[in-house]
Design a binder for this molecule. Sequence first.
Ligand SMILES: Cc1cc2nc3c(=O)[nH]c(=O)nc-3n(C[C@H](O)[C@H](O)[C@H](O)COP(=O)(O)O)c2cc1C
Length: 352
Amino acid sequence: MYRLLFTLVLRRLDAEAVHHLTVRALAVLSALPLLKRLLHRALAPRDEALRVSAFGVHFPGPLGLAAGFDKDAACAEALSAFGFGHVEVGTITAHAQPGNPRPRLFRVVGKRAVINRMGFNNAGAEAAARRLRRTRGVPVVVGVNIGKTKVVPEAEAAADYVASAKELAPLADYLVVNVSSPNTPGLRNLQAVELLRPLLTSVKEVADSTPRRTPLLVKIAPDLADEDVDAVADLALELGLDGIIATNTTIRHGGETGGLSGRPLKGRSLEVLRRLRARVGDRLTLVSVGGVEDVDDVWERLLAGATLVQGYTGMIYGGPLWAATIHRQLARRLKRHGLTSVRDLIGRTAPR
Ligand SMILES: Cc1cc2nc3c(=O)[nH]c(=O)nc-3n(C[C@H](O)[C@H](O)[C@H](O)COP(=O)(O)O)c2cc1C
């Protein structure tokens, strides 16, 4: 049904227009408590075998929505009602900003991929905080992903991230420092350990000072050299971070300027996950994202050592029931293998 709708209608429309329409519809749904609850009852993961805990937070299922879809924290509850085990909102910057000129979002249908150069279009940390403070009608685990405001120079990056963290860490189930998006000039330089150490140290101080101590993760690019992946992993351990999210989009492609996501990213994303697992074992929570399309991919990421898995482009091509279907298939497959919990899968094929 969705495939037909996609082929006949959606793919002919401007990708960003479809996106905004979807977010608006989900925001309306977020404001309709009864419908939201009904959907949640029908689609949210409720099989006990799917439950996972990471950094003190309980997730109803391992598959969540990656950052970039709900940039302004407008519809996290509705997304949870559609079956995502968590929703990472953002990237949110300290100051509101319009992002890059349009067009800036392109489907690459033949490759089940997307290229985007959105540039952190968002209404800023204060506006997001106001939304996140609204009471919740259905349970939702919300990660908050923060980035640098474009006009802020690199030398003042830490203060800019800290401003967002102060506003948002108290409202987040976990906080993510995003230093890996390709569409803010210079952002990915912050992945270099000598710049990353002071930045993460300052944000961690803020995250540690909230009443519940907000878990802190860092999100990295697939285009880092392997030694740099190791260096970030070592730094995350040294600073006592809770986890690493790998990976963001890649700039290694021959298409439009921007970051490529979806199927072509699958191989490198899995490679980075395996490298991270080999380096840190189970001392950090690893969140794997990039090219996840179906239950086989989720299964593979869990086996390779991810505790949580995220997707975005998979949903664009898979439709609104994408997460709910994968969770249902995952529960069934666990039973077929005689496993009582998804936790028994994590890291099973990773070398010890
Ligand atoms: C349109 C679009 C916007 C994105 N915006 C963000 C963002 O604001 N912050 C972020 O950390 N990642 C962002 N991402 C990257 C995704 O979170 C994810 O890391 C990447 O797309 C790989 O996963 P996928 O192959 O499942 O899409 C964006 C991705 C897409 C497709």
